[in-house]
Structure formats: structure tokens, C-alpha cells
Design a protein around this ligand. Structure first.
Ligand code: 5GP
Ligand code: ZN
Length: 114
């Protein structure tokens, strides 16, 4: 999509600190980290959010989730644990309308999720 920030990052038009990449997904560090590890995992293809993702294959969505686990392993979070968050829509405070998973770790997080 022409005007999408994460599409531009996926295309390399806007720089990012890459953590992991394969044919389908890109993982890069969040510009405003909320934990010692805060990585965003996105499909390279534009998908605006989870409602839009109904048109994606189960395999593509599983691949995205698996990439989040790969990032957690690469960041050394398997023993300590980590949190995967995906905000969808206004109440969840989604600010970038391109499907993404936040991988958060490196500290003990709040017990409440909302
Ligand atoms: P959301 O609020 O949509 O769940 O998550 C969007 C995330 O993108 C936020 O955590 C925000 O800090 C991050 N972000 C916004 N603009 C940029 C950017 O230009 N580069 C990077 N690396 N992260 C960004
Ligand atoms: Zn996009």
C-alpha cells in the first residue's frame, strides 16, 4: 500500500533496525521500546489488521506467529519469557494500520493486560 509506514519499512524506503527477515515477514525494533526487547513482526504484504487477515491463508498467519517465537528465541527470551501483543482498532490503540505483532521481553511485565 502506497501510504503505509510499515509497507515502506518492509520495502526499505524507511530505515529500521532489522532483527529477522524471510520471504514473508520482517521483524524490526520498535522506535519507542516499551521493554528491553520490543520487536515488531509484520507480514511484508499489506494487511491492515486482524479483520483484513481473514483473507490470508492459515499458513501465512501461522508463519507470522512462528516468526514472533523465532524472534523471542533470537533475543534470548525463551527461559525468562516474553509477551506477544497485537493491537487491533481504536480501543486497542492500534496506531499503524498494518498487521503487526509486538514481541516484548527482558523485564517482568505487569500482570494486567488492559
Ligand atoms: P500499534 O500502536 O499500532 O500497536 O504499534 C505501532 C508501533 O509502531 C508503536 O509501538 C510505535 O512505537 C511503532 N512505530 C511507529 N513508527 C515507527 C517507525 O517509524 N519505526 C519503528 N521501528 N517503529 C515505529
Ligand atoms: Zn502496509
Amino acid at each position: 500500500m502506497n501510504d503505509c509506514l510499515f509497507c515502506k519499512i518492509a520495502a526499505g524506503e524507511i530505515p529500521s533496525t532489522k532483527v529477522y527477515e524471510d520471504d514473508e515477514v520482517l521483524a524490526f525494533r520498535d522506535i519507542a521500546p516499551q521493554a528491553p526487547t520490543h520487536v515488531l513482526v509484520i507480514p511484508k504484504k499489506h494487511v491492515s489488521g486482524w479483520y483484513d487477515a481473514k483473507d490470508e491463508s492459515d499458513a501465512a498467519l501461522a508463519h507470522l506467529m512462528r516468526a514472533a517465537a523465532t524472534v523471542a528465541r533470537m533475543e534470548g527470551l525463551v527461559e525468562s519469557g516474553f509477551r506477544v501483543v497485537s493491537n487491533c482498532g481504536p480501543d486497542a490503540q492500534q496506531t499503524v494500520p498494518h498487521l503487526h505483532l509486538h514481541v516484548l521481553g527482558g523485564k517482568a511485565m505487569a500482570g494486567e493486560m488492559a
